[in-house]
Structure formats: structure tokens, C-alpha cells
Write a protein of this length. Structure first.
Length: 248
């Protein structure tokens, strides 16, 4: 709890909580929801690719990965992140909110993060499949976070091609290109699209937080917290605190 208080000590932002059975695939304009109003007109140039790779490896070093799940399966709190790898708002959230959550909560073993790719175009599909395939080599989150570090406000996703992200991460490119489970991944993406309509989500990223501390009935009878954009670190920290097991 002390860690949560230190994370949110700067202030408490307004937090909107909704329940959804799943995540909707939003409109093209919804991609810019997170911080779109303050996006710089002339964003500074990206640092070299090698610098981004180094930062991602340092951020995730020593944390277990299974597919697109980051952190131990025994973690009491699980956060599902639904996002498009071409989404600039998602890229901003990755550094402003997701990164600190990884450092403060996932690394300590109290939270597991699961990335759920949202696909809205053929190029989006390529990056989503690239992340799934990287996950087979336990570097799915490396691929996701690198993709977001290589995204600008005007690039419509990473400035690099999918394979250009895989190579510097040290992936076996032959295995990565094979995409041996493409059929299953396509089905997973399709299922996300089907349940999306029920959630009526119109922007990304969306986070679903679940844990034993969330009591049934607190969210219209549901035991999850759903955060829609714009999602801040404060909002995520508060949701994690609510989801943690009650102190004995």
C-alpha cells in the first residue's frame, strides 16, 4: 500500500469505472484519444533504434514472460490491456503509465499484465502477429514496448517494419517469420472483435483490472474495474490498490 501511495502522492485524478464483457474495436479517429489534444505539432526526432532496444531490455530484464503475459501467474492482480500497436495514444500510455506499472507492480510480483492486440488494418495485423510470434520466444512484451517507443504522432505506428523490430531484440528471425500458430492468433483477434461490440469501447488503450479486492456489486455486480482512455498512472495505481487482497 505504501508503494501505491508513493505512486499517486502527486494527486488523485478523476477515475471513471465501467464494466464490459470485452473490448470494442474503435474507430480510426479513436486511436488519438489519449492525449491527442496535447500532441506536439512537431515531435522531436526519435532516438536511435539501438537506444530504444536498450531501454526496453532494461525495463523488462528479469521479468517472466509467457506469450503476451508479463509477470508471474501467481500475481494477485491481473491487468488486461487492449490496444492497437499502431495507436499513438497507446504509445504515449505505454511510457507514461504502463512502464511505471511494470517497474512498481509487475516487477514486485503483485501484478501480471496481459496484452490483447486490437487489429484495425492489415498493417495493424502484421504487428499484432509479430508480437504473438515474439511471445513464443518469451519476448512478446519486448516487441510491444519497442513498437511503442518507435511510434510518433504522425507515423501511424512504428516507423520501422515489423521485422526491423524483431531483429535487434535478438529473436530467431526464421522462427519468428514462420508464425506457426497464426490460425489460433487470428481466432483470438476475431474473438476480441466479436466481444468488442458488447463493450462499446471507442478509444484505446483500455485496461481491465481484476483481483480479489474488488467486491461483486461494486461495479454493477461485476468484479472488475474497466479503465477507458485517457488512462493515467494514477488511475491504474488506484485500480490496483482496489484489486489487491485485503490486508489480514
Amino acid at each position: 500500500m505504501k508503494l501505491v501511495l508513493s505512486v499517486i502522492a502527486a494527486g488523485v485524478a478523476a477515475l471513471a469505472l465501467w464494466w464490459a464483457a470485452a473490448i470494442a474495436i474503435g474507430s480510426g479517429t479513436a486511436r488519438q484519444t489519449f492525449g491527442a489534444a496535447t500532441a506536439p505539432k512537431r515531435p522531436p526526432p526519435l532516438p536511435p533504434l539501438a537506444s530504444a532496444v536498450k531501454a526496453v531490455k532494461a525495463e523488462l530484464a528479469g521479468i517472466s514472460q509467457h506469450g503476451l503475459a508479463l509477470g508471474p501467474t501467481s500475481a494477485p492482480v491481473t491487468i488486461l490491456e487492449y490496444a492497437d500497436l499502431l495507436c499513438y495514444g497507446c504509445a504515449r500510455a505505454a511510457q507514461a503509465a504502463v512502464g511505471p506499472v511494470i517497474t512498481n507492480f509487475v516487477r514486485s510480483g503483485s501484478v501480471q499484465l496481459e496484452f490483447e492486440p486490437i487489429v484495425e488494418s492489415p498493417r495493424s495485423d502484421q504487428f499484432a502477429l509479430g508480437a504473438y510470434s515474439a511471445g513464443l520466444q518469451r519476448k512478446g512484451w519486448d516487441y510491444v514496448m519497442l513498437a511503442y517507443r518507435r511510434t510518433t504522432a504522425t507515423s501511424y505506428g512504428p516507423v520501422n517494419a515489423p521485422a526491423a523490430l524483431a531483429s535487434p531484440l535478438g529473436l530467431n528471425l526464421r522462427r519468428w517469420r514462420a508464425l506457426p500458430r497464426r490460425g489460433r492468433w487470428a481466432n483470438d483477434i476475431e474473438q476480441d472483435a466479436k466481444v468488442a461490440l458488447l463493450g462499446n469501447f471507442t478509444g484505446y488503450p483500455v485496461f481491465i483490472v481484476r483481483g480479489p479486492g474488488i467486491q461483486p456489486g461494486s461495479q454493477a455486480g461485476r468484479s472488475v474495474i474497466v479503465l477507458r482512455p485517457p488512462v493515467t498512472l494514477t488511475a491504474l495505481a488506484l485500480a490496483i490498490a482496489s484489486a489487491e487482497p485485503a490486508s489480514s
